[in-house]
Design a protein around this ligand. Sequence first.
Ligand SMILES: *Cc1c(COP(=O)(O)O)cnc(C)c1O
Length: 418
Amino acid sequence: MSEQVAPERAIIGQPPALWRGRPVWAEIHLDQLSENVRLLADRVHPARLMAVVKANAYGHGAAPVAQAALEAGASYLGVVCVDEGVQLRAAGIEAPIVVLGYTPVEQAEAVIENRLTPVVNSRQFALALSALASQFGVRCPVHVKVDTGMARFGCSPAEAVDLAEWLRELPSIDVEGICTHFASADEEDKAFTQAQYERFLATTERLPWIPIRHAGATAVALDLPEMVLDMVRVGLGLYGYAPGETAPPVPIRPALALRSRIARIHTLEPGETVSYGRTWRAERRTRVGLVMIGYGDGLPRLLSNRGEVLIRGRRASIIGRVCMDMTMVDLTDIPEAQLEDEVTIIGAQGAERIGAQDLAVLCGTISYEILTGISARVPRLYLRGGRVVHAESLVATATTSYAGSSAAVPSTDPSPPR
Ligand SMILES: *Cc1c(COP(=O)(O)O)cnc(C)c1O
């Protein structure tokens, strides 16, 4: 059903030792991510693009993604909590960072110290920000959030007008933005979104002095260009997926692949069972492959006896229950499969592709949850031009330049250019 395709680029050369030891890794193809950002920035232009990098950039790694997105045309970053903003500042990122979620008053100091832009929803929080900003001799930009029908975060339209006018008078506070969030912009029926949009516009018309109005996320960037206003907060689209069921109108493509290797191959006789609970029983002589990835890495346990992986460019079924750290697959119909063969859980191999969206459908969830579920234990490799330029694991971070290095041995099987 999904038209979305996964990265086709292969890694060129030898992987750095940093991650060679762990047979599970996520590849983040920064060229594809940059391409997605450019496509989306062009689509919403002249509105600004806020790159939403919350939840570790949807599993892709917050700082490297933020850096790449800013270079490719995003001008703002969006996170949900103060810690996520602090993490980006610690990585040396200077762009404006809007904290889209609720920030408790105890974190006002961290907001000021890290030059974050919070959404303000209480006067007590605003007073704390104002006092601290004055004390440090800085100004604190803030945004006001209007709840127009999502019934989540924000204040009512009437409260938002009062709050914004009150904030305007506070020392050292600049009301830079006003925003809302749509509940069903990715659905075919846009009537509720239209009603929310009109409610929002009616509010902003009473506050014409606020410079940045923003309402939409990826669904608006893709489907509702008339609602982009002054800025769009794009998350999922950066990573190459579209929310909802419709194919994206611009050729964004997934930037992440999740891979592992075969760690053991053994044969079961008919009647023998696999994994916890013995939920899979061999009906024929079965060649079983052990893959060192499990739900502790973010491979959903709901894929037990349902999911597939790619090996040697072909589909292999997951058999038995997915364990925390390991998963078994049926290799009987892939006799050429060998120990150490690469296993693609998300991504492309040969002509076959599995997207996060495909896993999500099997699990009754959305691609967002699959991507954000890729755990901290999975090393992240960042690629440019097919080469690993940066890697992060639980134990180390390394930035590698392969330029001119003998390690950059071209793959014997280079992927075709897109
Ligand atoms: C997560 C989030 C977004 C991004 O949504 P996508 O559908 O991933 O583009 C935008 N705005 C807010 C307030 C969010 O929490």
